[in-house]
Design a protein around this ligand. Structure first.
Ligand code: COA
Ligand code: MG
Length: 303
């Protein structure tokens, strides 16, 4: 994994021009507020919406959330969106319809120039690469490695289903989603999203089970379109007490085994060796990172 990846369990979409959503967005508990300039903003409103980005970024981050801006794809709009967004209060951009490594590199160059011109550290602004087209899908492993500032990626399940004429069922989406997870791991970045389609989820228990399943497949966080989803997704992308207890027990047993000169041993009738111990260590490190983020949120709320 790249060092210092942020904790982004929940990315709440908020259209940047909907004042009543913006006003309370910081109270919803999301790790990231995703200010949308793309599909939730009608064409006629885009120019006006852009003027709101920096002011609203400062407002929605005041309880400790990171701020990401989702930009448009036609390049003329993308350039204007980026010019309007680069500032210390915007932590990242979601690059929609990411097409290729060169597409990412050109936007990376533009962002670096703006960061420099605005007296910001070059690299401040992270990228989430969104792969939403068929050609890009087959270049995903090049796209996610195209810039150091890329920290996460996602695939548009509904887009792929439409383009390929398959139903957006869990079964049909499994291959593209897993393909992306492996590409993300190869680049050391976070795969975001769900293993199944979210369109059909009316009941929260089914939704919770699906998010937990997504984490088991390697996802590290996901977008939410409604504040009601946030607590469930945060919880599902956080290691449970039982998982933490098991990981701690396993690491303690490994310490004991090492003293006996053993790298593999049995625990509860299961063979434990190095990769299993490393997975337990990673789970604990992830939990510590989540707690650190929650502490930051608490500090912001009290300060
Ligand atoms: N961000 C912040 N607040 C939101 C929100 C969002 N995305 N969606 C709803 N809310 C707020 C509402 O203002 C309401 O607040 P209140 O109780 O303090 O008055 C509360 O959450 C409950 O909202 P609810 O009435 O259940 O939803 P709605 O009918 O107002 O809106 C949607 C439903 C789907 C239209 C709305 O959630 C939405 O626009 N989501 C974002 C869609 C988007 O960005 N899509 C692009 C990415 S795919
Ligand atoms: Mg899209």
């Amino acid at each position: 994994m790249k060092p210092d990846l942020p904790v982004w369990r929940t990315l709440l979409y908020v259209p940047v021009n909907v004042e009543k959503y913006i006003d309370k967005a910081h109270t919803r508990g999301a790790d990231v507020i995703q200010l949308d300039l793309e599909d939730a903003v009608p064409h006629a409103e885009k120019a006006q919406a852009r003027t709101l980005v920096q002011k609203n970024a400062a407002r929605v981050r005041r309880a400790g959330a990171d701020v990401l801006v989702r930009i448009n794809r036609p390049i003329a709009l993308a350039v204007r969106d980026i010019e309007a967004s680069i500032c210390p209060d915007v932590d990242a951009l979601a690059i929609t319809k990411a097409d290729s490594a060169s597409h990412i590199r050109i936007l990376d160059e533009l962002v670096s120039e703006l960061e420099q011109a605005r007296g910001m550290p070059v690299g401040h602004t992270k990228f989430n690469a969104m792969v939403e087209t068929l050609d890009a899908f087959f270049r995903i492993h090049e796209i996610v490695k195209a810039a150091e500032r890329i920290v996460s990626c996602s695939v548009g399940g509904e887009d792929l289903a439409l383009a390929c004429n398959f139903q957006p069922s869990g079964e049909a989406l499994l291959y593209p989603k897993q393909h992306m997870i492996i590409a993300a791991a190869a680049a050391g970045i976070m795969p975001l999203g769900f293993i199944d389609s979210v369109a059909g989820f009316g009941d929260w228990d089914t939704f919770r089970t699906m998010v937990r399943r997504s984490r088991d497949f390697g996802f590290m966080g996901a977008s939410c379109i409604h504040p009601g989803q946030v607590a469930i997704v945060n919880e599902a992308y956080t290691p449970s007490d039982a998982e933490l207890a098991h990981a701690r027990r396993l690491i303690a047993a490994d310490d004991e085994a090492k003293k006996q000169g053993r790298g593999s041993f049995a625990l509860d009738g299961k063979m434990i060796d190095i990769p299993i111990v490393m997975r337990a260590q990673r789970l604990l490190a992830r939990y510590d990172a989540i707690k650190a983020r929650e502490a930051k949120t608490l500090a912001a709320a009290n300060g």
